[in-house]
Ligand binder design. Sequence first.
Ligand SMILES: [Zn+2]
Length: 133
Amino acid sequence: MRSVRQKNTKPEITVRRLAHRLGLRFRVNRKDLPGTPDIVFPKYHTVIFVHGCFWHRHPECKRATTPKTRVEFWQEKFEKNQERDARKIAHLKDLGWRVEVIWECETENKAALEERLRSIFTLPCRVLPQCEP
Ligand SMILES: [Zn+2]
């Protein structure tokens, strides 16, 4: 199973690729920021975490299953992950960053993901050709 700390996951790369196509400038894994956010958009003072649904417990998501064995171990682990996430996000907000979380399952529908990025960065609907009315 994947570790929480893994970088350059497929969902992360999907989000970066799309952000790049939308003409957004970003940095990855800025270690000088709390929690080393996955993608940092300095111009918008915004960071994006791309969270795996299983490890970070996407609410109501079918991927956020709990393994049938060692239930207590997993529950404790999940709680710690969630606490850590909440702490990172609060810390970044204290520093004046806008924090967005994109879930792994949200990166599969490219059109929906594009809409999400457009709304985060209030981009006009004409950057990409398929967006024409
Ligand atoms: Zn999910």
